[in-house]
Design a protein around this ligand. Structure first.
Ligand code: ATP
Ligand code: MG
Length: 578
């Protein structure tokens, strides 16, 4: 089973040039190849910092980097930019690897870490000091900020800027040896405190930090900054195209400066717009906050936009890859409608999900004229989109459950499902008629419907053509299994989670109704053997998958992955508005 899924994965990763619209990065790479740049090599990398789980935004970058490499016969590395030990962890490294693999990409043996280059980066730093291009500074973080100036005002030179090379070499070595307190000194690039680009105002290259690194342990007490490590790491790996998001555009002059001063291989940096999604927060810092403050149950909560969350929710790698292809790659920031992601998912699940019947909010129905002892096995289609998936048997008997929503004692205009005196078809079964309504004498709540069935109307039989206005799903009470079903709404109530009143913060937009747990749902018996992660369509209700954490045989838990379009809800809404 696992093997079959994997094969399908690899197949659809292959670039489909006829159907894929081109984009500016693909054009650049293709042009570079034509010009014979980089000796005809294409080498990209996906460079996550292991300080959180990957999210759908990262998927865009993964698909782009691995996709271009595959398309142009190149290579793509997985490189962890692990320069900040206080926030990084092997848990994140492991999850990132699992998620990239799950998406369908492979980095072979090219799993790299910026921390593997710490010694080389230190050598680079010495080289810059020796050339008079870096100095040890005694200003603390606040002072550095103060000296930096603003967008409208130039910065001021650090009083330590003109230390001699010898003194700088001595101090930098002693920084490494652990002679100074955390934050006590930094190594800074000597560029230009008056540069209009703030990144060029003598940026910090090294800081003193006594934190145990997930790979180098306590070997180092100085760590390179991201800005000093990133470009050099790309260079060391022989990357040809360093693809990153727009916020790094202003850092490019600095990266160029380092590489030029060091006179090493110079990858070409290309920036693209990051993915933003409506009703979704896509920042690891925010996602971490949601986890830590327990707004969700963890990084893999099915409401999270993390790949782990989406997977648990029932998203398929195929759907995510198609989505990433369709949104394209552009230079300008924009907001993608989450409905588009859901659309890609429906398209994929529609093709492959087994259809079953499940009643989420059960209402008991007794068919008065159906023999008490009788059970029929009715034939049901597994997937109308794919006849090769075959058919199955669904048991039918005298006592059934239908959806509470499918009955209205006083049907509003346009409601064609069951109501007193009305007929409705039970999917794959018979036409039934509601003859009586049983209520709780105290509360007035409808507890049971008494119905009759027309034996001549069995689906597939000669009389089955008799028209009724609606078909509803059901489950046989004696045969159904019980399960918990979890329904989800967007995690945020606002399209833009950051859209908050003054004095409030984005967490105020967390949707208190984003999760609803329904216990005692009644499912078709075939689901008794459903395995974690399996996907189904519950007819009329949406796509659901078996929860990979909380579900177990005999105590099944399903997540609603995504709804089907509910036209009735739309009609009802417009009617209410009138
Ligand atoms: P976040 O902003 O969520 O904290 P990050 O950029 O700090 O993410 P990294 O680990 O540095 O996280 O990201 C790895 C790669 O993924 C980077 O090249 C980054 O540009 C890219 N990336 C991150 N977020 C997005 C996004 N929303 N859309 C596209 N690419 C992204
Ligand atoms: Mg980043």
């Amino acid at each position: 089973m696992e093997r079959a899924a994997k094969e399908e994965n690899t197949k659809s990763v292959a670039p489909t040039t006829e159907t894929t619209p081109s984009h500016f990065i693909r054009n650049i790479v293709s042009e570079d190849l034509k010009q014979g740049k980089n000796q005809g090599r294409v080498h990209t990398r996906f460079p996550p910092e292991p300080n959180g789980y990957l999210h759908i935004g990262h998927a865009k970058s993964i698909c782009l980097n691995f996709g271009l490499a595959a398309e142009f016969n190149g290579l793509c590395n997985l490189r962890f930019d692990d320069t900040n030990p206080s926030k990084e962890d092997v848990e994140y490294v492991d999850s990132i690897k699992a998620d990239v693999r799950w998406l369908g990409f492979d980095w072979d043996e090219r799993e790299f870490y910026a921390s593997d280059y710490f010694e080389q980066l230190y050598e680079f730093a010495l080289q810059l000091i020796k050339a008079g291009n870096a100095y040890v500074c005694d200003l603390n973080a606040d002072q550095i900020r103060e000296y930096r100036g603003t967008l409208t005002e130039p910065g001021k030179n650090s009083p330590y800027r003109n230390r001699s090379v010898e003194e700088n070499l001595d101090l930098f070595e002693r920084m490494r040896m652990g002679e100074f307190a955390d934050g006590g000194r930094t190594l800074r690039a000597k560029i230009d405190m008056a540069s209009p680009n703030l990144n060029m105002r003598d940026p910090v290259m090294y800081r003193i930090l006594r934190a145990t690194h997930h790979r180098t342990g306590d070997k180092w007490c100085i760590y390179p900054t991201y800005d000093f490590a990133h470009g050099q790491s790309d260079s060391i790996e022989g990357i040809t195209h360093s693809i990153c998001t727009l916020e790094f555009e202003d850092h490019r002059p600095l990266y160029d400066w380092f590489l030029d001063q060091l006179n090493v291989h110079h990858p070409q940096q290309i920036e693209f717009a990051r993915l933003n999604l409506t009703y979704t927060a896509l920042s690891k810092r925010k996602l971490l906050q949601l986890v830590q403050q327990k707004h969700v149950t963890g990084w893999d909560d099915p409401r999270m936009p993390t790949l782990a969350g989406l997977r648990r929710r029932g998203y398929t790698p195929q759907a995510i890859r198609v989505f990433c292809e369709r949104i394209g790659v552009a230079k300008r920031n924009s907001n993608v409608d989450i409905a588009m992601l859901e659309h890609c998912l429906r398209e994929d699940l529609n093709r492959r999900a087994l259809r079953v019947m499940a009643v989420l909010r059960p209402l008991r129905v007794v068919i008065e004229n159906y023999p008490d002892s009788q059970t029929e096995e009715l034939e049901a289609v597994n997937n109308p989109e794919d006849p090769s998936m075959g058919t199955r048997k669904v048991p039918f008997s005298r006592v059934l459950y239908i959806e509470q929503d499918d009955f209205r004692e006083e049907p509003p205009r346009g409601f064609f499902r069951l109501s007193p005196g009305r007929e409705v078809r039970l999917r794959y079964a018979y036409i039934i008629k509601c003859v009586n309504v049983v209520k709780d004498p105290e509360t007035g709540v409808v507890t049971e419907l008494r119905c009759t069935y027309d034996p001549e109307t069995k689906s597939g039989s000669s009389q089955s053509n008799r028209k009724v206005k609606a078909t509803i799903h059901w489950a046989s009470a004696a045969h159904a299994i019980e399960a918990e079903v979890r329904l989800y709404e967007h995690l945020f109530t606002k399209e833009d989670p950051d859209d908050v009143a003054e004095g409030s913060n984005w967490l105020a937009n967390v949707n208190p109704k984003s999760l609803e747990k329904l216990k005692l749902c009644r499912l078709e018996p075939i689901l008794a053997t459903a395995k974690r992660g399996e996907l189904y369509q519950f007819e009329r209700l949406g796509y659901f998958c078996v929860d990979s954490v909380d579900s177990s045989p005999g105590a099944l838990v399903f997540n609603r992955t995504v709804t089907l379009r509910d036209t009735w809800a739309r009609i009802e809404k417009t009617q209410k508005k009138r």
